[in-house]
Write a protein that binds this ligand. Structure first.
Ligand code: GDP
Length: 299
């Protein structure tokens, strides 16, 4: 079991009790520990570097108040900064879905296969049903009929409506037909589940870009598996380059990953993490909590 960051820093700074300010000299070794903690939490290196630079800038000259050691003061800065980067400074509205549009509000789901898109559609449908929204779901995954069946199942469990799609149709035509149906039946929200591949590929990106252009969703959510670790950054980059994302859903936070993917994805996309998936069940969706995530990443 690894020590948490506070304990590790306490070891480093025993000798520094009594220092009045955080300085380049008394934080250098501590910042190395912070860097290690982030790498152990699977934060991608570019994100670690940027974060350390920010912390350094914030910490220099910061007063060490009362009984705090420089180590404890630095942990405070690190925690606050990490929470800020992950959305604490955006305020609680950042994790809300945007409905400021003519209904139906369209939510487009993007992400690799296995990320948890279909499950998240079910969870979102349930969450929105509880808010008394009339919800329609549709799958454009014409490559995997089983995925369409899976969406139908979770949609029924969520108490939402399902628009059946034919595997012989084109994804854009399916989405347009579903949108048409949603308008005629006064749905408040249309959630579009899309095909994912095991890795990034050009055809997948073109397909989802075309879907985006055709239906102009108000929310384009990038769904990413928290267990993905270092690879999260490449996946996030590919989706962020291909699509104007509006938010992120980080899934499988009930697993044992420290969740460094959260920081990597924020670093690349700059988009708010809106929700966290915390169970396979449909009630396993929570509004993302930057403070809690910061504590988890720091271990
Ligand atoms: P998709 O290919 O992106 O649509 O992914 P799925 O929705 O089919 O999810 C892939 C697997 O991850 C399934 O076994 C889900 O039950 C599981 N899953 C999705 N979200 C979560 C989560 O938040 N926690 C856990 N433990 N499992 C999840």
């Amino acid at each position: 079991m690894l020590d948490n960051l506070t304990q590790r820093l306490a070891k480093v700074v025993k000798t520094m009790r009594g220092e009045a300010r955080l300085t380049e000299a008394n934080t250098a070794e501590m910042l190395r520990e912070v860097r290690l903690a982030l790498l152990e939490a699977d934060v991608a290196l570019p994100a670690v570097r940027e974060f350390i630079a920010r912390v350094k800038e914030k910490a220099m000259g910061e007063e060490v108040i009362g009984s705090l050691t420089p180590g404890q003061a630095l942990v405070g800065v690190v925690q606050a900064e990490l929470a800020a980067i992950m959305g604490a400074d955006l305020g609680p509205e950042a994790s809300q879905l945007n409905f400021a549009t003519q209904p139906p509000a369209i939510i487009l789901m993007a992400g690799l296969q296995g990320a948890g898109k279909t499950t998240t559609v079910g969870k979102l449908a349930k969450y929105l049903r509880e808010k008394k929204k009339k919800v329609l779901t549709v799958s454009t995954d014409v490559y995997r009929p089983a995925a369409i069946g899976q969406l139908q199942t979770v949609t029924a469990q969520a108490g939402a409506d399902f628009f059946p799609s034919q595997a012989t149709d084109k994804p854009v035509a399916i989405a347009q037909a579903a949108l048409d149906y949603a308008k005629r039946h006064f749905h408040d929200v249309l959630i579009i589940d899309t095909a994912g591949r095991l890795g990034i590929d050009e055809a997948m990106m073109q397909e989802i870009s075309a879907l985006h252009a055709a239906v102009k969703p108000i929310e384009t959510l990038f769904v990413v598996d928290a267990m993905l670790g270092q690879d999260a950054i490449n996946t996030a980059k590919a989706f962020n380059d291909a699509l104007p994302l509006t938010g992120v859903v980080l899934t499988k936070l009930d697993g044992d990953s420290r969740g460094g993917a959260a920081l990597s994805v924020r670093h690349i996309t700059g988009k708010p993490i809106k929700f966290a998936g915390v169970a396979e069940k449909l009630d396993g969706l929570e509004a993302f909590d930057p403070q809690r995530m910061a504590n988890r990443i720091l271990g």
